[in-house]
Write a protein that binds this ligand. Structure first.
Ligand code: NAP
Length: 347
């Protein structure tokens, strides 16, 4: 490893979803000259994507300020352009100041991942790709949490192309394409019940596909699903295949006890089988909860267990997981970092 330069950054931001870019916008406007590790696109969408979960979302209709809706990738591109406009630098294979002005044509550079951080010394050391290390006084972690997927080929393809497969009913369920359809939600936890209940507002019927004969959801939530006449729980079933070319029209189910296969016609499929926060690289350095989410020292602020390190977005939030809440936390993290740096006499 070589230290990229002797320069000590005021703030490095890791992550490029709504939280990361919003932190960058605020930090840049506060003259903190932020440096962002946006992460690298991965072929499998269960890993960190630059732009975060919204890169898997086709139409975003619930983010204020876009009355006609906007695609997830476009929205993240706007966030990025806004951050760069105020002087945010991004670590890429083409240097720290890529041209982000024409994202529709695709970027001519690759973003870099942060490989590891060393928070045991000050300034902190952030290791990127190409054996480069960056020094920083403060750090904002906004690496997000990725929705878990079943890993079926057609599931992934249709999720990427707007083919009626999604991992967020609250984000996508109200789209016209899902109205008055029979839909399916996979999972038996609180999220699955919440998403299924939400979908009953638009769908004609919602199947919950659960691999056991008992829900994992809390009693009160489970009862809500059982009492809802529009929810039909398919017990002991797993999704063996997703059927559809441009759009899903059915799922193939396998009985987890008998192995028997059956086909269920549905116009949409929603995954609710948990999320995985992107915190592996932080293990042993920052306090994480038992599910791997980054713990905040005080739920109202964004400080973590190490002074000068702040957390924002889905990496600290297993409850709301919305672009707008992540962006709000990114703003808070940048303000917290600015104030902390000021308290240390670092202007
Ligand atoms: P969760 O509690 O971990 O539940 C995940 C569900 O997905 C489980 O039913 C699990 O089945 C199923 N599952 C996991 N992997 C699967 C696979 N490969 N194939 C098929 N099914 C699979 O996750 P969550 O529901 O997202 O909840 C996360 C946390 O947030 C929980 O603590 C929850 O209480 C909380 N939460 C609370 C609320 C609320 O109170 N309003 C709402 C949402 C979430 P098994 O049961 O067989 O393991």
């Amino acid at each position: 490893m070589s230290v990229e330069s002797n320069q000590v950054e005021k703030v490095i931001i890791i992550g490029s979803g709504p939280a990361g870019w919003t932190a960058a916008i605020y930090a840049a406007r506060a003259n903190l000259d932020p440096l962002v590790f946006a992460g690298r696109p991965k072929s499998v969408p269960t890993t960190i994507l630059p732009g975060g979960q919204l890169m898997m979302t086709t139409e975003v209709e619930n983010y204020p300020g876009f009355p006609e809706g906007v695609t997830g990738p476009k929205m993240m591109s706007y966030f990025e352009q806004q951050a760069v406009r105020f002087g945010t630098r991004i670590v890429t294979d083409k240097g720290l100041n890529p041209d982000v002005s024409d994202p529709d044509d695709g970027h001519s550079y690759s973003y870099h991942d942060c490989k590891s951080v060393d928070l045991s010394k000050r300034p902190f050391v952030v290791a990127g790709e190409d054996d480069k290390e960056y020094l920083t006084h403060s750090l904002i972690i906004a690496t997000g949490a990725t929705a878990n997927w079943l890993g079926l080929e057609n599931e992934q393809r249709l999720a990427r192309t707007g083919g009626g497969v999604s991992a967020c009913a609250v984000c996508d369920g109200a789209l016209p394409v899902f109205r008055d359809q029979e839909l399916a939600v996979v999972g038996g936890g609180d999220s699955a019940v919440e998403e299924a209940t939400y979908l009953t507002k638009f769908a004609s019927k919602v199947y919950m596909i659960h691999r056991r004969d008992e829900l994992r959801a809390s009693k009160i939530m489970a009862q809500r699903a059982l009492d809802n006449p529009k929810i039909d729980i398919q017990w002991n079933k797993k999704v063996a295949d997703v059927l559809g070319d441009e759009k899903i029209f059915a799922i193939e189910l396998e009985d987890t006890q008998s192995g028997e296969r059956s086909t269920l016609d549905v116009g949409g499929l929603f995954m609710a089988i948990g999320h995985t926060p992107a915190t592996e690289f932080l293990e042993g350095q920052l306090d994480l909860d038992d599910k791997g989410y980054l713990k905040l020292a005080d739920s109202y602020r964004t400080a973590t267990s190490v002074e000068g390190v702040f957390g924002a977005g889905d990496v600290v939030d297993s409850v709301y997981r919305q672009a707008i809440t992540a962006a709000g936390m990114g703003c808070k993290a940048a303000i917290d970092a600015e104030r902390w740096l000021g308290d240390q006499g670092i202007e």
